[in-house]
Design a protein. Structure first.
Length: 136
């Protein structure tokens, strides 16, 4: 499968509605490059290409080029996963999840899975057994 970012982000530039992709206020491009509050999930894209590469890719002329996602397996870095865990749990240390009640812990783990953390990663970073994480 070819993941053509231009299909989503560069049509306005191709159509010459704007000179630069960041000028089009209805594009999701600015959400991908902005720091701070996230309105979109960036993990998939940034698992394929880093932020700087994303910016270059979307601002250069490459009409026939797309990112190839065939066979791509998304792997989130532990640092990114820790940030997500801390945001979901509100804890400074990811292993504090072990201190939560079962219902609250399970809700947090479901959210982590939804955000793209793997079962092994959740277990390794939180100290919750892999068997428990798999069942949730």
């Amino acid at each position: 499968m070819c993941f053509a970012l231009d299909m989503f982000l560069r049509n306005e530039k191709k159509a010459e509605i704007v000179n630069r992709i960041d000028e089009y206020k209805y594009s999701s491009y600015n959400e991908y490059v902005r720091d701070g509050i996230e309105l979109i999930g960036k993990e998939f894209i940034y698992g394929m290409i880093n932020k700087e590469g994303f910016i270059v890719y979307n601002n250069e002329k490459n009409d026939d080029k797309c990112l190839d996602s065939e066979g791509f397996v998304f792997r989130m870095s532990d640092e990114d996963a820790k940030k997500i865990i801390k945001k979901i749990t509100g804890c400074d240390n990811t292993t504090e999840l072990q201190l939560f009640g079962q219902d609250e812990r399970n809700k947090c783990i479901k959210k982590m899975k939804h955000k793209g953390l793997s079962i092994g990663q959740i277990s390794r970073l939180t100290g919750v057994s892999k068997g428990i994480v798999e069942k949730i």
